[in-house]
Design a protein around this ligand. Sequence first.
Ligand code: ARG
Ligand code: ZN
Length: 877
Amino acid sequence: QTVRLADYRRTDFVLRGVDMTLKLFEGRTEVLTRLSLERRPGAPANAALELDGDELILESIAVDGAILEPGRYDATPESLSVTGLPETGPFELAIETRIAPEDNTKLMGLYRSNGIWCTQCEAEGFRRITYFLDRPDVLAPYRVRIEADRAAAPVLLSNGNPVESGDLGDGRHFAVWDDPFNKPSYLFAVVAGDLDALRDTFLTMSGRTVELGIYTEKGRARQAAYAMDALKRSMAWDERRFGREYDLDVFNVVAIADFNMGAMENKGLNVFNHKYVLLDPDIATDADYAGVETVIAHEYFHNWTGNRITCRDWFQLCLKEGLTVYRDQEFSADERERTVQRIGSVRRLKAHQFPEDQGPLQHPVRPGEYREINNFYTATVYDKGAEVVRMIATLLGEADFRKGMDLYFERHDGEAATIEDFVACFEQAGAVDLSQFALWYAQAGTPTLTVTEAWDPQERRHTVRLRQSLAPGAARTGTEPMVLPIRFGLVGGNGEERRAEGRVAGGARLDGDLIVLDGREATVTFAGLSDRPYLSVLRDFSAPVTLEHDQAEADRLALARLDRNLFNRWRALDDLLSGGLTRAARRPLGDTAPSLDGAVVDALLASAGDEELDPAFRGQVLTLPGEAEIARQLGEGVDPDRVHAVVEDARAVIGRKGLSTFARLAAAEGSDVPFTPDAASAGRRALANAALAYLAAARNDPAEVAARYRSAGNMTDRIAALAILGHRFPQSDASEEALADFYRRYETDELVLDKWFALQATAPFHDALAAVERLAGHPRFTMRNPNRVRALVGSFAASNQVAFHRPDGAGYRFVAEKLVALDRINPQIAARIATTFRAWRSFEAGRRAKLEETLRQIAETKGLSKDLGDIVDRSLK
Ligand code: ARG
Ligand code: ZN
């Protein structure tokens, strides 16, 4: 059934406190929960208390110490309803449940991972532990007592501060944790197990010492060193940038092998997928280092944006997620390199959020309804949500944005808030009306911004015409004009920024280097120019729109060379590349015209070889738009084989023309350079490895890549060489030998094995399916570990355009079969992987029919979960 935002109602009962005891035994866990409750003033005197459950068994129930008679309550696995409760005044409800974490394969609630007891409660996992008012607007302090065998679980952790621990005899012991901060149940956490710890301290700005601990499986604490460093930098940054100080005496992080998502911000006890904690140069790539830094920061930042101020209901998810992604992106921009960071975020937005917003799973940043909330932890809520916050910052300017954030923290601390509350703080801080701006939260879809230019040589005037439109989409949420902050510059022939008086006609205003378009169209006329400027528009991607700018190739080439805004310098090239590749992919098969203009290739090579530019930026320049991005831009009738051929052809053309540049760049970063994970070193490796890939495309010789594989001094270089071997020279001796060597070298490390599975799953040739089917039977493949399933099935479906979309439909059948099996074990992961089917309408007729048929077959499967059912139903609609 569907939950609607419009139906929001407060609970009839107020929760004042939670006292829990969890007794952990092999095979069973006993949970005793004492809730201090009171009927809300004004609530009906006869209203029953309705608690949520999920696969629960009730052992006992008592009110104020008296066991309840069966007539007073009704318990099912999904709910517990209690009647005859006091009309006024506080009372205590005690509930005993018994659960089996060992059998919990959904990894929601309390479960075991490699023997460790751990929890995941967001969004609705707490109800799998005990009956509860399991919703984010029910806040209370918690006191938690954990009892377990000392040998199996010497470490006992929960939220808040540790207050007591001791021995229970019989080899058992206990610990009590007290969390004084009001919190909703989704932030509850318990961890118990035999863990190692890396410890450190952080001195806060007011002079308090916080004990930091990162817990790992035995023997791996050393691999948490970079995560610890990132954590301390995050804590310092949040003080500097937002004035936010940490609030408990301890902050713990636990790394877990079996985890449905990246990580979870439980109060004072963050639980992480170990992929985002454990690193060293031999097992992790630069991208892994950056990922750890981002996720550590993200979860830490949630302490204020999410925990101290939480969400009134799950429709407000972007209140914490969009804002916290914005904050972690700003952190990475400050800690690394801002332009390169922004390019990465925009690529990600276009790769994940744009297709979601332009297809059947479309929904607004704040959805109005859902069947399964877990299916709304999406790129739209997270990444477009972050863009909406960024636009507020752009519109208000740095000082007023900070004022608005301060007001938000001050006014709503301790509350469960809404988007309206958040926006109101910025209206007040900036003395602005954001009611039209708020349409960004309500209207789904990617707006199109159309820009045209006209130079009047007589009057020496440049006229820029801007129009916005929003196509009606699956979400049916309205198409009113939105507020688009468009950062721009007029660039002169030597790259100088031109200053010119601008006059606005129509629905926009001009504010320094910002055009704020809030009507359907407007023109801005710049007068008094000596000659025609190059228009650099939508700098830094200042609004998440599809830009249609009828700019001449010569202008783009000039901007690719001259623009002082480096983001737009990159985008000028990226637009030229994706424009060329898209046009080439539209031409009939057999048309051998080159996919890229010579001038575009020259511009790309000039930037790549420009020693004045940051290597990381040059690495980005060399990263061609992906095949999925070209497919998205094509929009319909997509033939993935054709797209692949066009991109490969471009790579070879660029490689041959830039042979000497690439040889120099690839040699620059030898294996004798010791590994450090900083952004500058990572940038140099990215550039060298991009160059190596072009060399391989041009020379078609695996020997030199194999040598590179053997001499690699770190995982970044090793996996880069292995990927070239496996993807460009599939089934060659060089590639088979390297894959076998890699397996032998790393077979004891699950995280590195995931890379080995994923690399083979994404090899772009039809026969990769046979390899993937074989790997699904490999002794190290298991459906129980989400990372492993994502590495093999998830990356095959999402990132192997060629083999997944085999014209015979065998790729679709393979994935569908795995999803139906996975659905019985872990529906959340099955639903997530199934989203790759959503683009089915954009393919050529043959594949389109097979995709649709596959979706229908999944939909008709008996006993499908709500999670997977929701995704396939909406995809077909
Ligand atoms: N709140 C977590 C984070 O963004 C993610 C939780 C995802 N939960 C889910 N049910 N999918 O850091
Ligand atoms: Zn988050």
